[in-house]
Design a protein around this ligand. Structure first.
Ligand SMILES: C[S@@+](CC[C@H](N)C(=O)[O-])C[C@H]1O[C@@H](n2cnc3c(N)ncnc32)[C@H](O)[C@@H]1O
Length: 292
């Protein structure tokens, strides 16, 4: 097992458990007197927005990162199948390890440790308990459904290493009812406006009629942020340009790509002492529909 310090690149390079421990840390997700708690209003707000935005049917998580399984428990009962997609093979490997752990399979892991799996299980327990994520759900039921709904027809976990700027190559003619991107819009060198992104049109082509694109992202992301957020260099070497994802330009870009019923709003993270508050970050929440 690789020794790893949170949020840092170790000598062996990028470790996909870093973002998991940073964004879903044990200070905010824990058990108290036997009850599982998510002590992070921003995370709860994002999960609530996702839950309220997905429509029935399949779901593709683009730029799913190593944190994909932390978002899925909030929407699992609303969707029929779940696919994760990321450019970093290390992120996908970490997701595979969590998947095996959820399945209860004995395996040797390269990245995830017991405490990471425990932390995910605590989040699942909290989601089962909070009414805002649906009633009558049990941690066991959520876990079973996550495993069952993330299977390909040949019985493997539906986890894809691929570039979302070349969706056809990885997805062929597969289409989805929901495509979500959370903190995952990166731009190729030389692109400085959302409306220039060759991304949304491709996404639209992989949505079923009236399929929904769901976006959560920071309004501004500086070069410095990209460094501290410690992505896999495989990704940042290729896609390093930061964009301002303000409400107007996102609305314009989605409409230009042929989306309808575009809704874009701001969310101001409010947790005292949270990174977002310190850096004055604004988050954009958006949904858009592919035409009939
Ligand atoms: C900041 S992380 C967010 C991860 C996760 N969605 C979350 O909200 O925690 C951005 C993710 O987008 C992925 N990514 C960036 N560009 C990509 C591309 N062109 N194709 C696929 N994934 C990409 C990165 O590998 C990384 O996992």
């Amino acid at each position: 097992m690789v020794e790893f310090t949170e949020g840092e690149h170790n000598q062996e390079g990028y470790n996909p458990i870093g973002p998991v421990r940073r964004d879903f840390d044990r200070e905010n997700i824990y058990r108290e007197k036997g009850r599982a708690i998510i002590d992070d209003p921003d995370l709860q707000a994002f999960l609530t927005f996702l839950r309220g935005s997905v429509r029935e049917g399949s779901l593709l998580n683009l730029g799913a990162g190593s944190t994909h399984w932390y978002y899925m428990p909030a929407v699992e009962d609303k969707v029929t199948c779940i696919t994760a997609f990321d450019l970093s093979a290390k992120n996908i490997q970490a997701l595979r390890e969590f998947y095996q752990a959820l399945k209860g399979e004995a395996a040797t892991f390269q990245y995830a440790e017991g405490r990471d799996v425990e932390n995910l299980k605590t989040l699942i327990e909290a989601i089962a308990r909070y009414k805002r994520y649906g009633q009558g759900r049990t941690p066991e039921g959520i876990t079973r459904a996550l495993v069952a709904k993330s299977l390909t027809p040949d019985g493997k976990a539906d986890l894809i290493v691929g570039d979302y700027y070349d969706l056809d190559r990885s997805l062929g003619d597969r289409k989805f009812d929901n495509i979500m991107m959370t903190f995952a819009i990166f731009a190729p060198q030389g692109v400085h406006e959302l409306t220039e992104l060759p991304l949304f049109k491709q996404i639209r082509n992989h949505l079923n009629p009236q399929g929904r694109l769901i976006i959560i992202d920071f309004q501004e992301f500086t070069e410095e942020n990209i460094e501290t957020f410690g992505e896999d260099p495989i990704v940042t070497q290729k896609y390093h340009t930061n964009l301002t994802i303000d409400q107007n330009s996102l609305r314009k870009a989605l409409k230009k790509a042929g989306f309808e019923s575009v809704r874009v709003r701001k969310y101001i993270p409010g947790t005292e002492g949270s990174l977002e508050k310190e850096e004055g970050m604004i988050v954009i929440l958006a949904t858009a529909e592919a035409p009939q």
